[in-house]
Design a protein around this ligand. Structure first.
Ligand code: NAD
Ligand code: UD2
Length: 314
């Protein structure tokens, strides 16, 4: 099969791309490398295009050259904080570029089997009812969340109005190999992992906990996310639908720190600071809809972290 993954040099996209080429598929990745890294990809097998999804001419060429079976729309400026600083620029990537891609797919990709868009649990905002179901109240609180919701709705609209087969997923907190820890708003597990790397290299490493550490997230391991993406892209029932992607279980940050300390048999120095403005206290997914198309999460937070650390450190 022929796959296109926008943002495919990033954390989730590169894991998906490498898995697909290992399974014998042809994969094209387009990524501007603003956050992703070419080294994440098996470039002997993945066809890599360095480019910006806002470049309409380039996107037109990509869709003229190849008839894809599956398109995964993962490119985004994935930082909420960045979207608050630069709402117009992030909007151009997180919504406008995706809308243009949908238009090109409608015009040029007649045999496409599925378009899958990566949305976010951010669309639910801070409305406290838990766990979040796909039909829970939507309350986007940042430009990022508004653009994610608008893009997923456009994707579903292209399915319903124009017959472009499409689905969307709302990721909860994904973690795993190749997650970039460089930004303070990178996934918290990538930051803790990076701190342990520094500590093991003999450097001073202090991990800042924003708040009391009792905040909870539904941390989902990358392998389970790939399982979900494959199921959603291949199921007939998922066409025109949106799915939460999580584990259905939430874990506190303090518990995560203790899992790391147990793994390394050594305690990371932790500094408790005031909570971040707008930080959500508890987040958890209801994944019954995803389970109804065959999803079975294979990793607990303990087993996922063990595999992550084994691959990333030792
Ligand atoms: P990531 O930042 O590692 O990947 C996004 C990729 O998009 C990066 O490689 C980046 O270089 C690329 N990109 C950004 N702007 C681009 C542009 N204009 N043109 C081309 N490429 C561009 O993030 P990720 O964690 O792999 O997330 C993948 C998708 O899933 C994103 O859409 C993100 O919003 C969404 N998501 C992720 C999580 C999570 O927990 N990681 C949670 C919710 C939603
Ligand atoms: C996630 C998404 C974000 C958005 C949001 C919506 C990631 C990386 N971010 O943010 O894009 O979808 O959900 O709700 O998936 N923390 C620390 N120390 C650190 C870093 C983080 O204490 O150095 C805390 C942080 O304040 C939060 C928790 O850890 O309470 C998780 O932080 P995160 O940035 O990994 O994820 P989250 O859920 O805030």
């Amino acid at each position: 099969m022929k796959y296109l993954i926008t943002g495919g040099a990033g954390f989730i996209g590169s894991s998906l791309a490498n898995k697909l080429v290992d399974n014998g598929h042809e994969v094209t990745v387009i990524d501007d490398l603003s956050m992703g890294k070419k080294e994440n990809l098996d470039t002997e097998k993945v066809y890599f295009i360095k480019g910006d999804i806002r470049d309409n001419e380039l996107m037109e060429q990509v869709f003229e050259k190849t008839q894809f079976d599956y398109v995964f729309l993962l490119a985004a400026i994935a930082s909420v904080a960045d979207s608050i600083q630069r709402p117009i620029e992030t909007h151009e990537v997180n919504l406008d570029a995706n809308l243009n891609i949908l238009k090109l797919i409608k015009e040029k990709q007649n045999d496409i089997k599925r378009v899958v868009f990566a949305s976010s649990a951010a669309v639910y905002g801070d409305e406290p009812t838990l766990p979040k179901k796909e039909n829970s109240q939507i309350k986007p609180l940042s430009p990022y969340a508004i653009d994610k919701f608008a893009s997923e709705q456009f994707v579903l609209l292209y399915n319903n109005l124009y017959g472009v087969p499409a689905s969307a997923v709302r990721f909860f907190n994904v973690y795993g190999m190749n997650q970039n820890p460089e930004s303070p708003y990178s996934g918290v597990l990538s930051i803790i992992t990076d701190k342990f790397k520094q500590k093991l290299a003999g450097k001073d490493a202090v991990f800042n906990v924003y708040g009391d550490g009792n905040q909870e997230r539904d941390f989902v391991f990358i392998e389970d996310v790939i399982q979900a993406l494959m199921l959603v892209s291949e199921s007939q029932e998922s066409r025109g639908n949106v799915y939460n992607v999580g584990t259905g279980k939430a874990t506190s940050l303090n518990k995560i720190i203790s899992i790391y300390n147990d793994y390394f048999k050594s305690s990371l120095e932790v500094r408790y600071l005031p909570a971040r403005d707008g930080d959500i206290r508890y987040s958890a997914s209801d994944i019954n809809k995803l389970k109804s198309i065959g999803f079975i999460p294979k990793y607990t937070v303990e087993s996922g972290i063990r595999l992550y650390l084994k691959n990333e450190i030792y």
